[in-house]
Design a protein around this ligand. Structure first.
Ligand SMILES: Cc1cc2nc3c(=O)[nH]c(=O)nc-3n(C[C@H](O)[C@H](O)[C@H](O)COP(=O)(O)OP(=O)(O)OC[C@H]3O[C@@H](n4cnc5c(N)ncnc54)[C@H](O)[C@@H]3O)c2cc1C
Ligand code: SF4
Length: 435
């Protein structure tokens, strides 16, 4: 595993969802009524046989449970921690209809996959060599899921990754109270344990590089995620202390941050990155943390259950407010805002300033479909590559998946799309359509 700084700020966080011990796991598993045509399974983008793995935990077959999970989703270990289960499998559990607490599927999945990692249980081997070569550009969840499945199907795989380590946003972005970097890297090692995946890190593939990969391989799977944090384009954005949220989270997970001079912090945006960032700032001991969003609470795209936790942790909100300038000489001292109306447009004459020694801009990330724009047959739609559900683009050798194709969803969607694309690539190669 790559060496990590022991003083990185993320190490101070503890798990928000406490893991089960064996007795708790069996007791929870026994509450599951093993529904026929289980709605929890349909709600999971990777369609894990949830009723099946829970039954195995109930009968003390934890190894079998882990196999069921990882068979459907090789990123099941991280998904157990990071999935928004409240709006996926747990949200669909039939117990909701009977006024019983839903089954804690994520925690049961974590129980089984933690044990698989701890005991080193391995379930997968590479398939008989097909003689076909596939390049995977981007080693995040989508790229890893695709590479693993392609190896099972017997293809030679090379992952090309810009960063020094694989893992993508599981390593650099996910909130440390859900998943820490060391755990994410453990999973990467587990996935690579299938053997035969060539990994080239520190390689940023550009348009010319992509052309060359397409020429040299039977297929290319592109899973480069999203681009840099969006900027607001308002005065003062270059002041010291104003950062893109995703970039700042990456720095917090990789090394130590000195927040001793920060009494008040402001996070701009109403999505999940903004909600993660306010909770992270609170967790790092910042006293006054305010989320500024131009709509109201009901209109924010961040998950309600995550925002409720942020409020319980002491985060405040300024709803219906839009930043118009960052104040300060060299360093930021405040965010000047205007109130917004029902149409989310600023209302003149309603100016107010929030004090802030740190501001995180969490208003979205750029789309980087442009990388593929020069390939014949590939179409872009608002920066996103147009592809079908299996990741097929208009170019017969080029497939896409994960955030760069879906516009930015969850780890479990990236895992599902990577696996689906690997199967579509296999079908295309088996049909002899490589050239
Ligand atoms: C701050 C934040 C928190 C999140 N929290 C959660 C969460 O709690 N739960 C959840 O389910 N989802 C979460 N997500 C979303 C989730 O992380 C993504 O949906 C998922 O990581 C997408 O996987 P991916 O493989 O498509 O992209 P990424 O994870 O972004 O991986 C893409 C990889 O491609 C590499 N790359 C990019 N360009 C190139 C290039 N030109 N050449 C070579 N390599 C390149 C990148 O370095 C990266 O490693 C979060 C996202 C963010 C931004
Ligand atoms: S819906 Fe709930 S009770 Fe039914 S199988 Fe899924 S977890 Fe078990």
């Amino acid at each position: 595993m790559a060496s990590l700084r022991p003083d990185r700020s993320e190490v101070g966080f503890v798990d928000f969802k406490v893991p089960y011990d064996a007795d708790q796991a069996v007791a929870e598993a026994n509450r599951c009524i093993t529904c026929h045509d289980a709605p929890c399974m349909h709600a999971c983008p990777t369609h894990i046989d949830i009723a099946g793995f829970i039954r195995k935990i109930a009968t003390d077959n934890v190894r079998g449970a882990a196999r069921t999970i990882l068979d459907a989703n090789i990123l099941g270990h991280s998904c157990a921690r990071v999935c928004p289960v409240e709006v996926l499998c747990v949200g669909a559990c039939v117990h909701h209809h009977h006024d019983h607490p839903p089954i804690q599927i994520g925690r049961l999945q974590r129980y089984a996959t933690d044990m698989a990692m701890e005991k080193g249980w391995r379930f997968f081997t590479a398939g008989a060599p097909t003689g076909r070569r596939v390049a995977v550009v981007g080693g995040g969840p989508a790229g890893l899921a695709a590479a693993h499945e392609l190896r099972i199907l017997g293809h030679a795989v090379t992952i090309l990754e810009r960063a020094e380590v694989l893992g993508g946003l599981n390593v650099t972005g996910v909130a440390p109270y859900k998943l820490r970097t060391d755990t994410a890297l453990e999973e990467v090692d587990y996935i690579l344990g299938i053997g035969g995946i060539e990994v080239r890190t520190g390689v940023e593939v550009d348009a010319a590089g992509l052309d060359a990969l397409v020429a040299e391989h039977d297929a290319v799977f592109v899973a480069v995620g999203l681009g840099p944090d969006s900027t607001l384009g308002v005065p003062g954005e270059t002041l010291h202390g104003v950062h893109g949220a995703v970039r700042w989270i990456e720095a917090m997970k990789a090394g130590p941050l000195d927040l001793s001079a920060v009494r008040d912090a402001v996070v701009l945006g109403g999505g999940n990155t903004a909600v993660d960032a306010v909770r992270e700032l609170k967790g790092l001991g910042v006293e006054g943390v305010t989320l500024v969003y131009r709509g109201d609470e009901a209109g924010m795209s961040g998950y309600a259950h995550e925002w409720e936790n942020a409020v319980l942790e002491g985060v405040s909100a300024a709803w219906r407010a839009q930043p118009v300038a960052f104040e300060g000489d060299a360093s930021v001292t405040g965010v000047r805002c205007l109130r917004t109306g029902d149409d989310k447009k600023p209302i003149p004459g309603t100016e107010f300033t929030l004090p802030a020694q740190l501001v995180l801009v969490a208003t979205g990330q750029a789309r980087i479909g442009q990388l593929l724009a020069g390939l014949p047959g590939v179409q872009l739609e608002r920066g996103r590559v147009v592809a079908d559900a299996q990741g097929r683009t208009g170019h017969p050798k080029v497939f896409v998946g994960g955030d760069c194709a879906n516009g930015g969803k969850e780890v479990v969607n990236a895992a599902a799309e990577g696996k689906n694309a690997a199967r579509a690539i296999h079908a295309a190669l088996s049909g002899g359509s490589h050239g």
